[in-house]
Design a protein around this ligand. Structure first.
Ligand SMILES: Cc1cc2nc3c(=O)[nH]c(=O)nc-3n(C[C@H](O)[C@H](O)[C@H](O)COP(=O)(O)OP(=O)(O)OC[C@H]3O[C@@H](n4cnc5c(N)ncnc54)[C@H](O)[C@@H]3O)c2cc1C
Length: 578
């Protein structure tokens, strides 16, 4: 392990977001499910999660990247230490954190699970992949599986004894799941026989758990074509029997991918050969059953971007304080030597400020998304639940898409701080650049997220963006240093959205051309909102840094919104076919 491999959990900033920016403890008091939770307990949970991630996962990040996974006779071997770290994770009870107490969970808010997930991604993204969909699988089975299946599988997932996978992608079916071909034949005993090939399946085979619960999308014989003919099946690697023994299922791992990053995560080609499976939810309604896992899964992928940006910031800042090159124009007090630390050169300092302001701003927005997902499920009042659901629907694609794009770009900016050393493995930053890239692709590519935001949500109704604008205008109405600028940007965003809707009426392709830049525009204004509120709620005596960061956001980051706005307007021009 290199001396540069530390991860320091950003607990103070996390507490600031939970307690001041969100004021989450007050909302927990109002929700019967979380009424027993207070700020002190939440802090203790975050501290313990940070200890686990920094102590157990971060030290395996670089070695896992170098060693990677191997496949022999259908068995995957994960990097040294991964399985032991997973056992420690299970023994500490982390898988059960945000699961319902009725099935052995700890019943804590999904928001705290989001905090945990950010730290896991920060310290070891490859390891994080093995538990990536555990919570989603739990939520999906909890909502849609029969009582018998729930009794058999939920306790094992909640305890972490078994892990789950999500088997969607096939060679010819990626973003368009309507093209998938895997077949499900009804069997006489009420179960199904699943046959087909899935590719790029994270953790399709691994050596962390005895059993693996695959959630597989497949077509029944009478399925209509397209996405309306897809059903969801539970297909275990080993089929549990009534006497606690098990029989192997006909599910095989045919290969693992050599890939750019997250090398410690086994990305598997899976073959289902008339494997026994059980239907989850209604026939042909598999996508609807899966949607329940989408919001939290996409939030967690977005938080991977925050996690990467956080680690990149920590590494780059530490390096910039040590590395000496040339005298700075404004030298630090008492400097007499031939060179100053590069942190004193404004070009480097600007990169570090970008990293800090984006990372902490995204954290606030990401936790806001996690909190509104909790409110959508648990707020006592039906109107409040509906408002929270509307906000979550808009925030989720922004969090997934913008944060993963920024996570990758900020990691690359941080690499620049290291000069040539940044390109060398020992300094760890090149691994973050490679690892972070995948988050822009999986869990719905960033283009698909952008289309979801603009086409499916914002333009689907005359005031599709209203839930976000209302929240931001409410903040802008409170007295604070940056309120007037935020208000002006809300107006410009509303006008740009209105113009898009009008132009789209006679140019059907326009929204698809504008979607990505529109998402970046909305996301940049969202960041301004995050810092406007941070500056308002931060006590200057204890959180002076928040006021500096807010000023930096409005001076240097928000001007990018001008650029995205111009590109959204430019989308009026048709692009010639290639
Ligand atoms: C490391 C890794 C782990 C993965 N883990 C899993 C997993 O556990 N389970 C699983 O099921 N899958 C997994 N995947 C697969 C992943 O979800 C898909 O790669 C992703 O959904 C994109 O599908 P595709 O690769 O077929 O690309 P395509 O769908 O072929 O897309 C190619 C390009 O076209 C764009 N595009 C396609 N359609 C549109 C459109 N309508 N509008 C705008 N742009 C469009 C896409 O954005 C992309 O840029 C994983 C992939 C990787 C690399």
């Amino acid at each position: 392990m290199s001396e540069h491999s530390h991860y320091i959990p950003p607990l103070a900033d996390m507490a600031f977001v939970l307690e001041h920016w969100l004021n989450a403890p007050a909302d927990w008091q109002r929700m019967p499910a979380f009424a027993a939770l207070d700020a002190d307990t939440a802090r203790m949970v975050c501290e313990a999660a940070g200890d686990f991630c920094a102590g157990q996962l971060a030290p395996l990040n670089s070695s896992g990247d170098l060693q990677g996974c191997t496949l022999q006779a259908g068995q995957v071997r994960t990097p040294d230490g991964f399985a032991a770290a997973y056992q420690a994770y299970v023994q500490a009870g982390w898988p059960a954190l945000a699961c319902d107490a009725s099935v052995g969970g700890q019943g804590l808010p999904g928001l705290l699970d989001a905090v945990l997930n950010e730290m896991i991604a920060s310290s070891n993204h490859a390891w994080a992949m093995y538990l990536g969909i555990m919570h989603g699988a739990y939520a999906c089975l909890h909502a849609h599986a029969s009582a018998e299946l729930q009794a058999q599988y939920l306790p094992k997932l909640v305890s972490g004894e078994w892990l789950a996978t999500m088997c969607l992608t096939e060679p010819q079916a990626g973003s368009d799941l309507g093209l998938l071909r895997t077949q499900a034949q009804p069997a006489e005993d009420g179960s199904y026989r699943i046959s087909g090939n899935k590719i790029l399946i994270s953790g399709g085979e691994q050596d962390l758990t005895d059993n693996i619960v695959h959630l597989v999308l497949a077509r029944l014989p009478d399925a209509p074509a397209g996405t309306k003919g897809i059903s969801l099946f539970l297909v275990p690697k080993k089929i549990p029997q009534a006497d606690a023994s098990w029989v192997p299922n006909t599910v095989y791992c045919d290969g693992i991918e050599k890939k750019m990053g997250i090398k410690g995560s086994a990305t598997c080609a899976m073959r289902f050969e008339s494997a026994q499976g059980w239907l989850i939810g209604q026939p042909h309604r598999g996508l609807a059953a899966m949607f329940i896992m989408m919001n939290s899964a996409r939030l967690h992928v977005g938080l991977q971007g925050v996690g990467h940006a956080e680690t990149a910031y920590q590494l780059a800042l530490a390096y910039a304080r040590e590395r000496q090159q040339m005298r700075a124009v404004v030298r630090p007090a008492g400097a007499t030597g031939a060179a100053d630390a590069i942190v004193h050169h404004p070009a480097v300092r600007r990169i570090l400020w970008d990293l800090r302001v984006w990372t902490q701003g995204m954290r606030a927005l990401g936790y806001w998304c996690g909190h509104v997902i909790d409110l959508a499920a648990h707020a006592p009042d039906a109107d409040e639940r509906a408002r929270a659901q509307a906000l979550a629907a808009l925030l989720t694609p922004i969090v997934k898409s913008l944060f993963t794009e920024r996570g990758f770009q900020l990691a690359s900016d941080a690499l620049q701080v290291f000069g040539g050393y940044g390109y060398v493995h020992e300094y760890r930053i090149e691994q973050i650049v490679r690892d972070s890239r995948i988050a822009m692709i999986y869990e719905g590519t960033n283009q698909i997220q952008a289309a979801d935001l603009l086409q499916r949500k914002v333009l689907a109704s005359p005031d599709g963006l209203a839930p976000l604008l209302e929240a931001w205008r409410a903040e802008a109405a409170l007295p604070s240093a940056h309120a007037a600028t935020l208000q002006a940007w809300c107006d410009r965003l509303a006008q740009a959205t209105q113009a898009l809707a009008e132009d789209a009426a006679h140019d059907a392709e326009l929204p698809a051309r504008a979607a990505e830049d529109y998402l970046r525009l909305v996301g940049t204004v969202a960041l301004a909102f995050a810092w406007c509120r941070a500056a308002r709620v931060a006590d200057p005596a204890t959180h002076a840094d928040k006021h500096d960061s807010a000023r930096y956001c409005f001076d240097y980051v928000l001007p990018h919104a001008e650029h995205w706005l111009r590109l959204v307007q430019a989308a009026r021009h048709r692009v010639a076919p290639l």
